[in-house]
Design a protein around this ligand. Structure first.
Ligand code: NAP
Ligand code: F7E
Length: 337
């Protein structure tokens, strides 16, 4: 019989790639979505429009325990991938309270409902390299201490610890993935990679003349989301639940990302990029690079995309969208920020 998986955050970047991956593996895929999303499918389901006849969507709210309890009581899920979150670090400084509420309570509600109704369901928590924050060692691995630098990072540490506690206290199969930045053509426009590639495309098309960014010297370990969702699935197939770092092991600056993205269309980033203080954060995570040795050896996972391939795919995709837009195609999900 096909395994039945629940994905929270199925409308997001990772949720959409994971749904595709699980469907290809023969899973029955269900998604938790906000009711507003169901009411506005044209705008809210752009990443899963091509999957709508193959997945089952259920309205529920991460802010409401009864709605989650009700959903989990109606279906016998084998695996649950809890990806839904307020995932934009800068927004978490603007509204720390709702980030905490969604990310911490939402995770707690999922775990508590599963414990009551379906304790055998395997649970994946979307932890983040932002938990390392002001890093204590480089590269960062599963044993590196956390020192989060934003409400988002703090919320992810809390979710990660809740997940570990449910594993240790109640013997549930709960795992925390500590994923470093992963991107791709479906990345939200507010994140720096997509902001860069979408603006490069607009500049190339003559629709924009500059790109305003914050800290160009920040370093990130960037991979492709398609590679990273494979690791999530592998984590839930192990004999013993455990936590894993997933990373490329390479770090690059925002400046290097710009350099490659602009050169993809034959331009020099120095002619277009302007530093704008508004995009600096109150506390920055300066440099992240992960050590995914455990994922490579225990899960047999390895990334397939290189950094230049990732940048190139994102720029080429945005060029296609932008040129399409000038011919009257609809605007994509969210505006740049
Ligand atoms: P994303 O594109 O921002 O997607 C977030 C998803 O969460 C969307 O489906 C969104 O639904 C949903 N969501 C947000 N608030 C919600 C709420 N209150 N109730 C119900 N659903 C809500 O994020 P992503 O890049 O796919 O990341 C997936 C997960 O991995 C997140 O937990 C993120 O924090 C974590 N993570 C991401 C990275 C990365 O580099 N991408 C790295 C480490 C960890 P709507 O479409 O309705 O807004
Ligand atoms: O910023 C710098 C910014 O917003 C990357 C999320 O998926 O990965 C993501 O969080 C870096 C930061 O991602 C701009 O200061 C410069 O140093 O793309 P980002 P993030 O904050 O690393 C982690 C692993 C997650 O878990 C999160 O969910 O780029 N930066 N100038 C800028 N960033 C943005 N967004 N916009 C700028 O103009």
């Amino acid at each position: 019989m096909a395994k039945r998986a629940l994905i929270t955050g199925i409308t997001g970047q990772d949720g959409s790639y994971l749904a595709e991956h699980l469907l290809a593996l023969g899973y029955e895929v269900h998604g938790l979505v906000r009711r507003v999303a169901l009411e506005d499918p044209e705008r809210r389901f752009t990443r899963i429009a091509h999957l709508l006849d193959r997945v089952q969507l259920h309205p529920a709210s991460l802010e409401s325990y009864p709605s989650i309890f009700n959903l989990i009581s109606r279906q016998e899920f084998d695996e649950c991938y809890h990806l839904a979150a307020q995932s934009f670090v800068a927004e978490s400084f603007a509204d720390g309270f709702s980030t905490m509420n969604t990310n911490i309570n939402g995770t707690h509600y999922m775990l508590a409902a599963l414990r009551d109704l379906r304790p055998a369901c395997r649970f994946y928590f979307a932890g983040s390299s932002e938990m390392f924050g002001k890093v204590r060692e480089t590269p960062q691995s599963e044993t590196t201490p956390f020192h989060p630098r934003s409400p988002y990072g703090i919320s992810k540490v809390a979710g990660f610890e809740l997940t570990r506690n449910y594993r240790e206290a109640y013997g549930m199969f709960c795992v925390g993935g500590i994923l470093f930045n992963h991107e791709g053509p479906r990345r939200g426009f507010e994140f720096v990679t997509r902001k860069i590639t979408s603006t490069v495309a607009r500049i190339k098309a003559g629709l924009s003349t500059e790109l305003r960014l914050g800290n160009l010297d920040a370093r990130r370990d960037w991979g492709h989301a398609k590679d990273y969702v494979r690791a999530m699935h592998l984590m839930l197939q192990q004999d013993v639940p455990d936590d894993f770092v997933v990373a490329s092991g390479e770090s690059h600056t925002v400046r290097e990302f710009c350099e490659l993205a602009f050169s993809e269309v034959g331009l020099d980033y120095r002619d277009y990029v302007r530093v704008d203080e508004r995009f600096y954060r109150p506390a920055e995570v300066e440099s992240l690079v992960g050590d995914a040795t455990k994922a490579r050896t225990v899960l047999g996972w390895k990334p397939t995309y290189t950094f230049p391939e990732l940048v190139s795919e994102m720029v080429q995709n945005d060029l296609r969208i932008t040129l399409g837009q000038t011919e009257g195609l609809p605007e994509t999900v969210r505006g740049a920020r």
